[in-house]
Ligand binder design. Sequence first.
Ligand SMILES: *Cc1c(COP(=O)(O)O)cnc(C)c1O
Length: 402
Amino acid sequence: MTRVTDPAGATNATTPGAPAAPETDDPGHDGHWLRSFARPELWAAAGYDASHHDFAWQHRELARLMSNECPLPPDDVVIEAALSAMREANFYPNSAWELRDALADFAGVEKHSVILGNGSTEILDVVTRTFITPGDEAVIPVPTYAFFETQVRLNGGVAVLVPTTADLGFDIPAIRAAVTPRTKLIFLCSPNNPIGRSWTEEEVVAVLETGIPTVIDQAYLECGYGRSFAPLISRFPNLIVTRTMSKAYGLAAVRVGYGLADPAVIDLLLRVRIPFSVSLVGARACLAAVREPGYLDRRRRYISDERDRLFAVLSTLPGVVPWPSETNFITIDVTATGRPSSDYVAEAKAEHLLLRRVAAHRLEGQYVRVTIGTIEENDRFLEVFSRSVPGAETPGADPAAR
Ligand SMILES: *Cc1c(COP(=O)(O)O)cnc(C)c1O
């Protein structure tokens, strides 16, 4: 367990009343007059770096295998629904109660147990602002989604990071031992980004029994056939599940996600969330997708089949260890190939494939993450990636291997 202060050594988050963070050459931090007014937590915080997304948008010839998007575009019925909303875009949106009710049915909870948001990212932000004040602690098993830690620190909280066991297992005794009287939140992610695997119900219950408000981020749930923890809400009023339309549903650009929790928790979160954060266009598009028979099942099947195919081929490459995944990505341990992950990413980029290094998640070793793309992109990935692995034969795009 590590109690993290920020890398520059500024510890104002942990020591209320301490002087502001040291001066720095960073042009974003040098505004002297700003320091007297802005929240001190902000000087030590780093915002989310979205430059790899902009890069992909600016280079449309590159295959986007870097940010866990769905390669399948929306069906026409969803596009028509979005267009119909545009015809009434002069009005403020309604609260999207139809979408809320449809998602409540889908998740198997009652309608007052649902809060919609501008992506599940907004729900994670709202939850953090609801519970964390300066000096409060949040327990975060790592490696995981970096946004949890970022938001805790932005709010002046202390991220208490609990590493996995050596075999990438979730360390339940260590997580429970990390809880102190200052702990206000625990963040779990299932299936986990970047580990790829889900938590078991026993593990989740062991954490929920601490009584600490606990977020389980299930952004990747519908990319596989794993367990939804939404049914545990009736037993554990301290549980908040977050889910999204961005991944398996393939609607990342419309920005709709949701939270599931006890109605008393939802009521509090709704006070914190800004009004109108879900657009009419987004709500109508998502409602059409949720209602369309087979819409999700086709995507879930496609993602699962392609993921299993990539995993099987990757497993045959010398020194390459793909991690089993229930998501739309595979994290690949390339440490034993003797080459740094940056080589793999660079060589793929030269062949117009965008991959992602996994480095920001407090992992030692060399890791590359690939998102499941179209069949053609996946074939090309296998070919290019294999060529980068010392001593590997190139599988090529052999249709019989599918
Ligand atoms: C992609 C992702 C999200 C998604 O966020 P949205 O705001 O719903 O698009 C949330 N959590 C994790 C772990 C993710 O990887």
